[in-house]
Design a protein around this ligand. Structure first.
Ligand code: DAT
Ligand code: MG
Length: 140
């Protein structure tokens, strides 16, 4: 298996409830290493740029408002098969469909306020990592 990096975001619903440490424990227990991490406040415009792929979706405006509603923790996770492994640890987008033990099953409040973001493929992981981090900020 190849070592990969993926972009993770701990979303406002989770930072507001002080869940950063519990979520990070799930990543580390799954063998993912947090090789970069920072807490930031996104503007609605920055959230919109990050989620531009969803701009035609009916929930886009609500999603951007939510992502700018409180601080987020942006992270680079590294490990074998990190992109798929992170999606596994996150659970399904809708927490009602998420497997027991996943972050979304345990912590997400709704399909919109679902605690975490994770890149979905190698090309998006690369783009999303460089949206938030310079090479110097990532220490493997
Ligand atoms: P994921 O975050 O699992 O990759 P996605 O890329 O399809 O899911 O959607 C991005 C985010 O948009 C998702 O985490 C929460 C929000 N979202 C998706 N579907 C939604 C819906 N039906 N109603 C409200 N928000 C939704
Ligand atoms: Mg997605």
């Amino acid at each position: 298996m190849a070592t990969e990096r993926t972009l993770s975001i701990i979303k406002p619903d989770a930072t507001k409830r002080n869940l950063t440490g519990k979520i990070n424990a799930k990543f580390e227990e799954a063998g993912l290493r947090i090789v970069a991490q920072k807490r930031i406040q996104l503007s609605k415009a920055q959230a919109g740029a990050f989620y531009a792929v969803h701009k035609e979706r009916p929930f886009y405006d609500e999603l951007c408002e939510f992502m700018a509603s409180a601080p987020v923790v942006v992270q680079v996770l590294e490990g074998d098969n990190a992109i798929a492994k992170n999606r596994e640890v996150m659970g399904a987008t809708n927490p009602a469909d998420a497997d027991a033990g996943t972050i979304r099953a345990e912590f997400a409040e709704s399909v919109g306020e679902n605690s975490v973001h994770g890149s979905d493929a190698p090309d998006t992981a690369k783009e999303e990592i460089s949206f938030f981090f310079s090479g110097l900020e990532i220490v493997g």
